[in-house]
Write a protein that binds this ligand. Structure first.
Ligand code: SR1
Length: 348
């Protein structure tokens, strides 16, 4: 193992990453405590692996830096008890706010209440903590799924056999599932022939194995609705391996540079996705926490609006990376959610 790899491997076991030292000075014209600086915030994730979560974290780190916040990032390993422990650790470290990114509500409610009782502000992204004191950030998941399914209907009509990738218990997937269920109820010609999915450290490869079995058993499937990019990546792997690229179309959520390459490559069955810029969502989560800490008004529901990205449109526009996308679609690069004149906005 080279020293660089050894360093990276050992860093993975360090529970806290310090994004930066707190800025000595505050932001001129900002409300307390941002006028003096030294604000401490924690980002506590349930999942850290995968393009979406890495970009979300990068956006959070960049926005925290712009606000002079000392952000402590607790990596997520899909371990509910570890996430609970991290919340207690953050409170003991004296943070003024915590952003909780995904997780299982039932394992978080009491420990989050303890944080609130100690005066710590909490913001939730994609985990429904069901507390009027906690602003909820999401990507308009109902609209996201609706846009994807409108594209499905446009490309395939309203009578086809489908496979569906879904795991219950994740707030964004549950919201997208409500739209899928309504789509099927409204379109009786849409038949769900197979349903599978997993969320793990190896979501894409495990989904690929499941998709191979499901598509082999159901050769009449022509559409796969896979509303998470790790799901779509796995299904694409299976479809390609089975030689079914000309027969099956995949529709997803989320986007990354790697996804754009997979969507736009010659003969790809992945024909559309609906997505926000995850870095923008990370930044919005941090801004919401900053507003809470400053005692300013924060809406209970904060939404970042997604955009439909079809294979045809991406190819026609010559988009190859997230940066290309941000350059072509300015709305993809920023959000007016949770802003204030004193908060420096990050562009991604
Ligand atoms: C396991 S939940 C995965 C989803 O969380 C975020 O909302 C992303 O959009 C992703 O699809």
């Amino acid at each position: 193992m080279t020293s660089l790899f050894r360093l990276a491997a050992s860093a993975a076991f360090i529970p806290l990453l310090f994004s930066q030292a707190a800025m000595a000075d505050g932001i001129a014209g900002a409300p307390a405590p941002f006028d003096k600086g030294g604000v401490k915030l924690a980002l506590i994730s349930y999942i850290s692996a995968g393009d979406f979560f890495q970009a979300y974290q990068a956006g959070a780190v960049a926005q925290a830096k712009a606000l002079g916040i000392d952000l402590r990032v607790f990596p997520g390993r899909q371990d509910a008890s570890e996430q609970r422990e991290q919340i207690s650790q953050a409170v003991n470290l004296g943070v003024q706010g915590i952003v909780i990114d995904h997780g299982l509500p039932e394992s978080l409610t009491d420990v989050v209440q303890q944080a609130l009782d100690k005066g710590v502000k909490v913001v939730a992204f994609d985990v429904n903590l069901n507390n009027p004191k906690i602003p909820q950030v999401e990507q308009s998941d109902h609209a996201l799924a609706q846009q994807a399914l409108d594209q499905v209907a446009k490309d395939n009509g309203k009578s086809f056999n489908a496979a569906y990738v879904y795991v219950a218990g994740f707030a964004p997937l549950d919201r997208r599932n409500e739209v899928w269920e309504k789509f099927k109820a409204d379109n009786k010609g849409v038949v769900e022939k197979a349903h599978f999915g997993n969320v793990s450290d190896t979501t894409a490869t495990s989904t690929a194995d499941q998709a191979k079995a499901a598509l082999t058993a159901n050769p009449d499937v022509s559409v796969v609705f896979a509303p998470y990019d790790e799901f779509a990546r796995g299904v694409k792997l299976a479809v390609t391996d089975l030689g079914l690229s000309g027969k099956i179309k995949i529709y997803s959520a989320d986007v990354s540079t790697a996804d754009i390459q997979e969507i736009t490559e010659e003969g790809s069955p992945w024909v559309a996705t609906v997505a926000t810029n995850p870095a923008v969502v990370g930044a919005v989560s941090i801004r919401a926490a900053a507003l809470e800490i400053a005692g300013q008004t924060v809406p209970h529901q904060i939404s970042v609006e997604p955009t439909l990205l079809t294979q045809a449109a991406l190819r026609a526009a010559g988009v190859k990376t997230i940066e290309d996308l941000a350059a072509k679609i300015p709305a993809f690069n920023t959000s007016d959610a949770a802003t204030a004149s004193w908060i420096p906005q990050k562009l991604f």
